[in-house]
Write a protein that binds this ligand. Structure first.
Ligand SMILES: [Fe+2]
Ligand SMILES: [Fe+2]
Length: 427
């Protein structure tokens, strides 16, 4: 059903693009869409600066902070130090050890599983703490160069589950049935922490689903794509454990309140289109998290819980990197499918128009504020992507990506290879 819906959206998007190309051709000899024809001076602050911390984030060593310190952030034993980590003894290893072509040599039963196969196993794991443990274990194995990203057999047929495994509680209900903070059975503080725990649990599965489901595009998408989303999953696992820990401290368990399934619906609606996935999950859902973060911190401080507030503040800060990773890969794929020779302003116009086109169709409510403009900008998402939404803007990407569309994959592989070669030759 949802696949059919996405297919219809693809058809409409392509029709819109063709219509725009033909209408714009009457006023211009170029087939570049209307939005892309604007000069940089017409487009205000549009820019293509990636998140300044991206390379630093990629180079971070393994982060074993699995528990929030008793004394709070920055104190001895706090989040700036490695504390508890089940079954992992190394601290401060560099991410540079990732060797994506190397086979596992460990005697562990999981040793023969590639990263993408582990992604499927993790999505199929229902217990939240076990999901978090397996996530860190998989990322550690990747960083240590012990597992390849995807075996040929897995990439040929990823077969990710339609839905992630979930514990028996919380009960999943329509969003309208989730209580407001005022009516929450948990009280206002635990209510916030329960909601964030649920978001982090979904975020783990969303990142792993992206790794596993799009393993079929390995080669067309460079290895760094999969490494980045495994890294995101690892961050989310740490966030989840901090929230579960805080809930316990508040005398509450995850599952004591109902929750909704809206986040996973975003994954289902984008299961056959990596560009749509990047638009909806990191660039929209996670950007909404940036919007909400400061409000939640203020609310918790207002209730006198500085410890919970510090956890949420830290999580929000780390989420900037996840949005930045999404925006970076969204631009990379858009650029690869843009007209050869387009300048940066034109490419950016295509990226922002393509993003708005997807979000207008898949999640139109997300184009309404309030927006955390500063943190979105830090992540490399310019207001032209979401504010003053020109929903009629055309999309120049004439063909969407489908794993089954061999010709599109071939073109993507060629163009991405060109982009990567250019980046590698840059001084
Ligand atoms: Fe998170
Ligand atoms: Fe995130």
């Amino acid at each position: 059903m949802r696949v059919a819906r996405v297919a219809r959206i693809a058809t409409r998007t392509n029709r819109d693009a063709r219509a725009s190309s033909s209408s714009s051709s009457s006023s211009s000899s170029s087939s570049t869409p209307r939005a892309a024809q604007r000069r940089p001076s017409d487009r205000g602050s549009a820019h293509r600066a990636p998140w300044s911390g991206l390379e630093r984030w990629r180079a971070l060593g393994l982060d074993h902070r699995r528990r929030w310190s008793d004394e709070g952030e920055g104190k001895s034993g706090g989040v700036n130090n490695a504390v508890e980590c089940d079954g992992v003894d190394a601290v401060g290893e560099g991410a540079s050890r990732v060797d994506t072509g190397k086979d596992a040599s460990s005697s562990s039963p999981l040793a023969s599983w590639c990263l993408a196969r582990r992604a499927r196993d993790i999505v199929n794991t229902s217990d939240p703490r076990e999901k978090a443990r397996k996530t860190h274990e998989a990322y550690v194995a990747l960083v240590r160069g012990e597992i390849p990203i995807a075996s040929e057999a897995f990439a040929a047929s990823p077969e990710m589950p339609k839905k992630p495994a979930r514990p028996s509680a919380p009960k999943l209900v329509p969003p309208k049935e989730v209580p407001s903070p005022k009516n929450s059975p948990l009280g206002p503080i635990a209510h916030v922490m329960h909601n964030v725990a649920h978001i982090e649990l979904n975020a783990i599965d969303l990142a792993w689903d992206t790794v596993g489901r799009f393993a079929s595009l390995r080669g067309a998408l460079p290895d760094q794509f999969y490494v980045d989303f495994a890294h995101v999953a690892d961050d989310e696992s740490r966030h989840l454990l901090w929230c579960l820990q805080r809930l316990e401290e508040l005398g509450v368990s995850y599952g004591d309140m109902v929750a909704h399934d809206v986040l996973w619906e975003g994954a289902e609606a984008t299961s056959d289109d990596p560009l749509a996935r990047l638009a909806v999950v990191p660039c929209m859902q996670e950007a909404r998290g940036l919007d909400a973060g400061p409000r939640l911190v203020e609310r918790l401080i207002g209730h006198g819980d500085v410890r919970s507030a510090a956890i949420i503040r830290r999580i929000s800060d780390e989420e900037v990197g996840h949005v930045a990773v999404g925006a970076t890969w969204f631009r990379t794929v858009c650029d690869a499918l843009s007209d050869a020779g387009a300048d940066d302003a034109s490419k950016e116009a295509v990226a922002s128009a393509t993003f708005r086109s997807y979000i207008t169709k898949l999640a139109p409510d997300a184009l309404r504020g309030p927006f955390n403009v500063d943190d979105r900008a830090r992540a490399g998402i310019d207001p032209t992507w979401y504010a003053d939404a020109d929903t009629a803007a055309a999309v120049s990407v004439e063909k969407k990506l489908y794993a089954a569309d061999i010709e599109t994959v071939r073109r993507l592989r060629e163009r991405l290879g060109h982009v990567v070669a250019l980046e590698q030759s840059a001084p």
